[in-house]
Design a protein around this ligand. Structure first.
Ligand code: MIC
Ligand code: SF4
Length: 692
């Protein structure tokens, strides 16, 4: 039977289960990556597992997130990571070398391989024909130790690209279009595979922009074929020998996808599905619309510049529809759009011009390779001359470290997330755009369709991939070997604390609803980043900020209430709407609530990585069997769940009694057998210790 590329790579790595969508599979992981904000915990957990050396083909520890270094915490973390990673057999990419996903793409990504990373944008590697998946740090630590990674065998969403993008239209617009069709909800357990002749028009970094933001769709990974473009990129990176052509077989069938939508609320999405998908069928009952389709088709010739309006990456509008709104800030960078080609384009447009007086422009090159090359070829000088503020190669403003916009100011960013408040400003108005759209606003001071630039005398130039990138891996330190590794010490500053191991769940959860939240609660809401990132390697300290966004001045914080409850023998419960735990892979969003005594989350739906993190840290991940039961619960209610251990062992339904309202309701406990073993052991670390 003709196979998808997804099926081929998964089959070559399968160690457990079958490739039938929905079932759990275990796959062998060839490469891992960690970054500093999740990496300290990942390595501390790796140490706790007492495995002396990493067993993958390649593991890399990057430092790219926490580089602000106010106080000793960040530097302590860097030194810990540098010493532990090399000692246990991993490479270490030092601060300043660039954003993990950009550097990994440049120096390590290889077609046909698997990569697991403790960052939700690890799927960036899919642009190079590799299956790249984001996960919690503990799952990555297990993979570093040679263990398989377990996930749901995905349904594969086919995305056919036709034609070629018009001038001023970019790969970013492709993924924004896809977000307008698939949205960020309801794609758990799916993967995206791009195919069709339009794929050829995209160089590897452009493909990586699409796969990077696949994270915002909530799919497990996104994949491009490996072809001449992949080969050109590998050759230009001096890695031509790692090229391997790979694609789906002709006539490969993609899975039929069904989405449950609301006919009124999701009317625009349903229109998009009708317009951009094949073989659409709609089954409507009242407001509930079940929409299914064969595959997505995007005609690049007809694609306009798009943007994600505040405050969700799937809130897509055409740039021309909101043209004219005043813009106060433009930021170019992040792991989505900071490649050499992106920045050369920026310099060509800015050369000989000055940023609009009402706009501040920041540019963060994705890697040291990019920064060095734009410095050498004059692009950097042109941007500086135009008034750009150059930020060091790292995550920086993307994770709320610097460049928080003024109150009420519109900020256009080439990043991947515009969750409310992520920029560091409450009530922020962040739009996600292509580099082209960012530049048009930087010059005009207002939202402008970049196709208008022609009229302003800015000539469009297609930026070709360079024949040779400037290669210098001097900031990637190789692992230590043999006696040198054994003798090497690990530098542990006093701000680094051992993470808690997890505790067995009680047989009866005597819960109190500490918080009731709505739909699309992101891990940024649960565990804020920005200036608090520096507490990542100290769980008790970081836990003080759990759900900080919901704390009210003058009232006890979530953490205080949770700890009081825990100290009096009670158990915390969080109640949430759809897509709980969207966004980042940060396991602190489970680890810190666990530390505070939260024992169950009850939501309408829970996102993939977060669900796995909850299980890994022994928090019951329950979903309402009937979404309407959500409405009947209030914060402060007492929720009792009996016979928890029996339920974990085998039940897929659990009855919850609301003792405050004298009602009961049913929840689903959707777990793979392996996850049941983890939960009953009291978390993955204990399960590994018990050999489960
Ligand atoms: C993000 O983009 O939100 C982050 C910061 O890169 C996170 C990782 C983290 O929280 O450390 C992610 O995407 O997983
Ligand atoms: Fe860094 Fe932003 Fe990419 Fe996360 S999304 S890895 S914070 S650049």
């Amino acid at each position: 039977m003709a196979q998808t590329l997804t099926a081929k790579i998964l089959a070559a790595h399968l160690v457990e289960g079958e490739l039938t969508p929905g079932g759990e599979i275990g796959i062998r992981i060839d490469q891992t990556l960690t970054q500093d904000a999740t990496g300290t915990t990942a390595y501390l957990l790796f140490e706790a597992m007492e495995i002396p050396r990493v067993k993958t083909e390649l593991s890399v520890s990057y430092v790219d997130h926490n580089m602000a270094q106010f106080g000793p915490e960040n530097h302590n973390d860097h030194l810990y990571l540098q010493s532990i990673s090399r000692k246990v057999g991993a490479y270490h990419s030092r601060p300043g070398n660039g954003i993990c996903h950009q550097v990994h793409l440049e120096r390590f990504a290889q077609p046909g391989k698997t990569l697991l990373g403790s960052d939700s944008h690890t799927p960036t590697g899919g642009g190079m024909g590799m299956i790249s998946i984001g996960a919690g740090g503990l799952d990555v630590a297990v993979a570093m130790g040679g263990g398989p990674f377990y996930t749901t065998a995905p349904k594969v969403i086919g995305v056919e690209l036709k034609g070629k993008p018009r001038p001023w239209v970019a790969a970013k617009d492709i993924i924004l279009r896809l977000l307008s069709i698939l949205t960020s909800k309801g794609n758990v357990g799916c993967a995206v595979e791009y195919f069709g002749e339009g794929v050829k028009a995209l160089a590897a970094p452009a493909r990586a922009t699409c796969t990077n933001m696949g994270a915002e769709l909530g799919v497990t990974f996104s994949l491009f074929p490996s072809d001449e473009q992949t080969q050109r990129f590998l050759e230009a990176q001096g890695r031509g020998d790692q090229y391997k052509p790979m694609s789906a077989d002709a006539g490969a069938k993609y899975d039929r996808i069904t989405k449950k939508l609301s006919a009124s609320r999701d009317a625009a999405v349903i229109e998009n599905i009708k317009q951009f998908c094949t073989d659409v069928k709609i089954n409507q009952q009242g407001d509930a619309a079940e929409v299914s389709f064969g595959h997505v088709v995007i005609d690049l010739d007809k694609l306009p510049p798009l943007m994600a309006a505040p405050s969700s990456p799937d809130n897509i509008v055409a740039v021309s529809d909101v043209a004219g709104l005043p813009v106060a800030q433009v930021l170019i960078g992040s792991c989505t759009n900071s490649s050499y080609q992106d920045l050369v384009l920026a310099s060509r447009v800015l050369a000989g011009r000055t940023v609009h007086p009402g706009v501040e422009l920041g540019v963060a090159p994705g890697s040291r390779q990019v920064l060095e090359m734009i410095a050498r070829d004059g692009s950097l000088a042109a941007m500086v001359r135009a008034g750009a503020r150059i930020v060091e190669s790292g995550c920086g403003p993307c994770i709320g470290l610097g460049f928080s916009p003024a109150e009420g100011a519109i900020s256009l960013r080439t990043f991947n997330r515009n969750f409310a408040g992520r920029s560091g400003t409450k009530g922020d108005k962040v739009y996600l755009v292509s580099v082209e759209t960012a530049l048009a606003a930087a010059l005009t001071g207002k939202i402008t369709d970049p196709r208008e630039l022609d009229k302003m005398g800015v000539k469009h130039a297609a930026i070709e991939l360079p024949e040779k990138f400037s290669i210098d891996d001097g900031m990637i330190q190789p692992p230590l070997e043999g006696p040198e590794a054994q003798a090497a010490g690990v530098i542990r500053g006093s701000t680094i604390a051992k993470p808690p191991r997890g505790e067995k769940l009680p047989d009866a959860v005597n819960g109190t609803v500490l918080l009731k939240v709505g739909d699309k609660i992101t891990t940024d809401h649960i565990m804020p980043a920005g200036e608090l990132l520096k507490y990542r390697s100290n769980v008790p300290q970081y836990a003080n900020y759990v759900f900080n966004a919901f704390n009210e001045a003058g009232k006890p914080t979530f953490a205080q209430r949770a700890l009081d409850l825990k100290n009096s023998g009670g158990h915390g419960v969080v109640v949430a709407g759809e897509s709980y735990g969207q966004g980042s892979s940060r396991e602190h969003a489970a680890l810190c609530p666990m530390h505070l005594g939260v024992r169950a989350v009850i939501a309408k739906s829970i996102e993939r990585i977060h669900q796995a993190n909850l299980v890994n840290f022994a928090i019951l991940p329950l979903t309402f069997a009937n979404g309407a039961d959500y409405d009947a619960i209030e914060a402060g209610d007492t929720l009792v769940i009996e016979n928890v251990q029996t339920a974990i062992a085998s039940a897929d339904r659990v009855t919850v009694r609301n003792a405050t309202r004298n009602t009961t309701f049913e929840c689903q406990l959707k777990l793979a057998p392996r996850q049941r073993r983890i939960l009953s052991a009291g978390g993955l670390l204990r399960a590994v210790g018990e050999g489960k």
